[in-house]
Design a protein around this ligand. Structure first.
Ligand SMILES: Nc1ncnc2c1ncn2[C@@H]1O[C@H](COP(=O)(O)OP(=O)(O)OP(=O)(O)O)[C@@H](O)[C@H]1O
Length: 182
């Protein structure tokens, strides 16, 4: 498969994934791409077709919302790659494990907060979540912070303490493994 390898970005909510990705997209315009999610509504035949594709393992992630099924298919990721763009996949750790079972061969990067306390501050500072949501995110973060060090799961774990330093690291990892291969 020609084209640059996709990049998986994972890590707890509030660790700084969007902040880092935003900088990356601004500094490297036209280098990155996102796979377009396919949406199937409640219409029976569409939904059935999507379910069949899910059963065949064609999707790397799916979600259901208001009776609609959403998903990112493997072919959508390959389409981005075929265009010579680095496909960014922002997924949770379950998504990482799922992608490992495919032949997509991405680079796996985990973005971690320096500590759970700092993460909590950032989540509160962002002021986008209810208290209940903050608590459930912190709970999920504890698991994520442990699992990210599992041998072989991520190619690199970047601790986002100082934003500029974390961004430098992210760029250098991408330059080493992906930015050059397009
Ligand atoms: N290095 C940093 N130092 C201080 N604040 C930071 C740093 N990185 C990100 N932040 C701030 O922390 C908050 C959470 O960051 P961000 O929204 O990028 O997280 P995220 O990982 O994308 O979360 P989600 O998965 O919920 O989208 C934001 O308000 C952001 O401005």
């Amino acid at each position: 498969m020609s084209g640059p390898r996709p990049v998986v970005i994972s890590g707890p909510s509030g660790a700084g994934k969007s902040t880092l990705l935003k900088k990356l997209l601004k500094d490297y315009k036209g280098v990155f791409g996102f796979s377009v999610s396919r949406t199937y509504n409640y219409h029976f035949t569409n939904r059935k077709a999507m379910q069949e594709d899910i059963d065949k393992g064609e999707f790397i992630e799916t979600d259901e919302f208001s009776g609609n099924l959403y998903g990112t298919s493997k072919s959508a990721v390959q389409d981005v790659r075929a265009k010579g763009l680095i496909c960014i996949l922002d997924v949770d750790i379950a998504g990482v494990r799922h992608i490992k079972e495919t032949n997509l061969d991405p680079i796996y990067i985990s973005i971690q907060p320096p500590s759970i306390e700092v993460l909590e501050e950032r989540l509160r500072g962002r002021a986008t979540e209810t208290e209940e949501k903050i608590q459930s995110r912190l709970e999920e973060a504890r698991t994520d912070m442990e699992e990210c060090n599992e041998p072989g799961l991520f190619d690199i774990v970047i601790v986002n303490s100082d934003l500029d330093e974390a961004y430098e690291k992210l760029q250098s990892v991408l330059k080493e493994v992906s930015l050059k291969s397009g």
